[in-house]
Design a binder for this molecule. Structure first.
Ligand SMILES: [Mg+2]
Length: 277
């Protein structure tokens, strides 16, 4: 374990799933870890690729898991996506999207106009829509994907809130947003702009929002390919906890190649081991 001066940190970007929570349950020690950060004057930020929940829904979920958080401490890939879209296409732009409340809310908060394929078809929107954004919707219908693909094909671009291909669940996995994005890419021949871990722009979004500098910030998470990779790529300190995903080599993106896994600056069994002194 490399030793570092942990006193330099002012901002903690904390992964939620597999790090603070497992499903809707808090991982033992996670609540106290967040409190220890606060006592040391380190700003905790709940830093998640999950685009389905609004910040209010994240806070509610954390509360059920015994973890206290404030609304403005939640930083989601949906919010980073919405900011990217506003910068690229301008305030007030109509955005065709697949996703649920977390993404719809983020788009609206950013001053964009979300339009869902559930409400308006390709023919109805194609004259006004400037951007297409895809986030996870576990109830997405073939019909919505079809409309979305036609819009993407016409715009020649789309934005993916996060590239997670598989979402670990008890006893297995569910297809993630990266898998839906691959479907759209396959149909349209258009490669998405990807937001969310491991894209370093997501860390930069957080640093800007919380007034942090890279050398006073760390990322802590359970996934080497997202949490640790994003920290390494953004040049911030990385802490790996072994409470979440384990069989990383089975990630479909890496099956074909024996990729070197990103190395964390520190590895611990859980958050319970951190910032104890
Ligand atoms: Mg995780």
């Amino acid at each position: 374990v490399k030793q570092t001066n942990m006193k330099r940190f002012k901002l903690a970007l904390i992964d939620i799933d597999g790090t603070l929570c497992k499903g809707t349950k808090g991982i033992p020690g996670a609540d106290l870890f967040v409190e220890r950060l606060r006592k040391r004057g380190i700003q905790p930020v709940f830093f998640t690729n999950n685009s389905t929940r609004t910040p209010a829904e994240v806070i509610k979920m954390l509360k059920q898991a015994g973890i206290h958080g404030e609304l403005d401490e939640v930083c989601t890939a949906a919010e980073a996506t919405a900011e990217y879209v506003r910068n690229a296409f301008g305030e007030g732009a109509f955005v065709y999207y697949i996703g649920v409340s977390g993404l719809e809310d983020a788009l609206r908060q950013a001053g964009l106009v979300p339009v869902s394929p559930k409400k308006e078809s390709f023919e109805e929107v194609i004259v006004k829509v400037k951007a297409a954004v895809m986030g996870l919707d576990t109830d997405v219908h073939y019909r919505d994907l079809a409309q979305f693909c036609r819009v993407v094909f016409s715009l020649k671009s789309f934005v993916l809130t996060n590239p997670d291909v598989r979402l670990p669940v008890t006893g297995g996995f569910l297809p993630g947003n990266g898998a839906l994005g691959a479907f759209v890419e396959r149909v349209t021949g258009v490669s998405p702009v990807v937001i969310g871990k491991p894209e370093p722009s997501f860390v930069e979004f957080a640093l800007q929002r919380y007034n942090g500098s890279a050398d006073e910030t760390f990322v802590v998470g359970d996934n080497l390919l997202t949490d640790i990779a994003v920290a390494n790529r953004a040049g911030v300190y990385s802490i790996h906890v072994q409470t979440g995903v384990r069989v990383l080599r089975s990630e479909p993106d890496n099956e074909a190649q024996t990729l070197q896994l990103p190395a964390a600056d520190e590895t611990h069994a859980s958050l319970d081991d951190l910032f104890l002194d």
